[in-house]
Design a binder for this molecule. Structure first.
Ligand code: TXA
Ligand code: MG
Length: 321
């Protein structure tokens, strides 16, 4: 067991000195991003990357997203097309991950790409970007949760899942977006591998062409290996599209808009998908209690962020493998 220290993101930069020292020493750190908390390590260090897989209990065939300080750092590791460059310019720093051909002969731990020849790359907002800049290295960071579990949207969630396994967590308060980045594969015709915090319409607008969305669930050949059917899952069963009158005894209800139940949570009384996205994972974790027979979720709209919410909820509700 390791003693886990939490440091708040404050004005005096103590967090930065501590995190930079940890990353330079090859240790792994829980770091907030605008999407969800990441479990960060030096992407050029085989041992740091091995520690990430070990702490999460993540299967080794599931590659990691590499986070960079800016587009220049990204270009050193991945081969950008003009369209990919347009996306980076429009949305970075931000909640967009771009999958591109990995450049040959770059110094990157092989486990980051799970031995593959593509690289998922993102320039995030906030402290993780600052850390990539300060250590002048790409930072590998999956979501900071146990493999298969709900992603972390607060420092406490990271501590709940990974406490005792990592030495440092940076506390930046609740994640502003609360849903993982959108992943787009730009190696051929643009294809969204994971809907996420950036709606697909925004991507089509910049590219000036239609962007297809796979939901990653081709069971024989998952395109983003993390998108196996049961994922983002609490331990109690989850039921979807449930109206208040159909909630069962001992089920916790997550309402939306007018679909709500006295004494239960409502993801957004005002029907805001932004608000529901930032509330969802914390609500799933809160209601994941043995005294609850399950979690029933109200119907949500499918437009904009609703696409990503539906994708995550489907996996949270999938039969456990
Ligand atoms: O918002 C996010 O994306 C967060 C923050 C921390 O950046 N990260 C995150 O990472 O959600 P993770 O590891 O939990 O999910 C990354 C997904 C996985 O499904 C993985 O299979 C997929 O990205 N992925 C990684 N590298 C890939 C690649 N080269 N090709 C296709 N999919 C890839
Ligand atoms: Mg994850």
């Amino acid at each position: 067991m390791t003693r886990t220290t939490t440091i708040a993101l404050d004005g005096d930069g103590r967090w930065k000195a501590a995190a930079v020292a940890a990353l330079r020493a090859g240790n792994i750190v829980g770091v907030p991003t605008e999407t969800v908390y990441g479990l960060a390590g030096d992407a050029t260090s085989e041992s740091a990357v091995a520690s990430i897989y070990a702490a999460k209990g993540r299967p080794s065939h599931n590659p990691l997203i590499v986070h960079v300080a800016d587009a220049d750092m990204a270009e050193r590791y991945a081969a950008f097309s003009d369209d990919a460059r347009d996306l980076a310019e429009a949305f970075w720093p931000g909640p967009l991950t771009i999958v591109l051909p990995l450049r040959r002969n770059v110094k990157l731990a092989a486990a980051v790409t799970a031995g593959g020849d593509s690289l998922a790359i993102r320039c995030p907002q906030g402290p993780l970007r600052e850390l990539a800049e300060a250590v002048d290295r790409p930072i590998a960071a999956p979501s900071a949760n146990k493999s298969g579990h709900v992603s972390s949207t607060s420092a406490q969630h990271v501590l709940d899942d990974l406490g005792g396994q990592i030495s440092l967590i940076l506390d930046g308060g609740p994640s502003s977006m609360g849903l993982e980045s959108t992943i787009i594969d730009m190696r051929g015709a643009p294809r969204i591998l994971r809907p996420g915090a950036l709606p697909s319409e925004d991507l089509s607008d910049v590219l000036g062409k239609r962007v297809s969305v796979t939901d990653g669930a081709e069971p024989d050949r998952p395109v983003a290996p993390g998108l196996l059917s049961s994922h983002y899952a609490p331990s109690v069963p989850v039921r979807l599209d449930v109206l208040p009158e159909d909630v069962r005894a001992k089920e916790a209800y997550l309402g939306f808009g007018e679909h709500q139940l006295e004494g239960h949570e409502n993801l957004s009384p005002s029907c805001s998908l932004d608000e529901a996205a930032s509330a969802l994972y914390a609500a799933l974790r809160r209601q994941d209690r043995p005294e609850n027979a399950g979690i029933a979720v109200a119907p949500l709209p499918r437009d904009g962020l609703g696409e990503a919410l539906a994708n995550r909820l489907k996996r949270a509700a999938a039969p456990r493998g």
